[in-house]
Design a protein around this ligand. Sequence first.
Ligand code: NDP
Length: 289
Amino acid sequence: MSQIIDGKLLSQNLKEEMRDSMPSLKERYGRVPCLAVIIVGDNPASRSYVRGKIKAAAFVGMDSRLVELPETVSERELLEVIDSLNGDCAVDGILVQLPLPAHISEDRIIDAIDIRKDVDGFHPQNVANLWLSRPCTVPCTPKGIMAMIESTGVPIPGKKAVIVGRSNIVGKPVAKLLLDRNATVTIAHSRTADLAQVCREADILVAAVGRAEMISGDMVKAGAIVIDVGINRIALPDGSSRLVGDVDFESASKVAGYITPVPGGVGPMTITMLMANTIECFLRFSGAC
Ligand code: NDP
């Protein structure tokens, strides 16, 4: 039976450390870090993520600003809001909750965020810096995944890592971070031939697909570290629903050495890393304002 990598506990410990550091930040810099979160429209999932982010900021004792805009807001108006937050010396991080309505270009919005306040690490310059191994803001989910892998104490160098999924926000950056730690990295995707065999070779298996329980125990190498990024809501016969990951926890946990649960795995770590990134931006750039 595997050991559970408890994302909830890890993130709670990290948030408490951050909370403990706030008084000294306030004393040294005269204020605490501030995260601005922009939400457009009423998407329930987005609203719930945003609530979690604001709650986490309050827990660690940093300031936050919630900017709520209607679904009908124009791209120009949203750009003006970003511009004003870019110029606001009391704001260290700007996060625009995605997805945005179809009439707004996500690329143009991300490009408009001052790279020094890009706490999501999605700005193209941040992405370039990550791939060039220059100082950068590491995207929150990949950063949380690395912290979870590191929490096992298993050395990463020389390990075979397989990442299933090649998105810009999870799969690709995780691959780069594992490469930086000297893992031998394979990125699998929807066209990968014999995915099960590719996965079975992984000492570290990261599933970021968005397909409920598609990675079964027979696709997992004995003793592997399994990180389940997926968040999928499945309907139950009684009409209710529940969240499951991309990994079939029941069968995979019998084979893996370490495994993350869903919920309570990567999700809480993502939010915690957003707090960490806001503090990092505050420390790196607030003096430049
Ligand atoms: P995307 O939809 O952007 O990417 C999914 C990837 O999975 C694609 O690369 C796709 O391949 C690949 N894929 C799809 N079907 C298969 C298949 N049958 N076999 C192999 N690969 C396949 O997803 P994201 O990376 O944004 O998110 C992935 C999951 O992680 C989602 O469930 C999302 O909700 C969750 N998530 C969770 C976060 C958290 O904080 N816990 C944060 C971000 C995401 P191809 O490129 O060929 O189409």
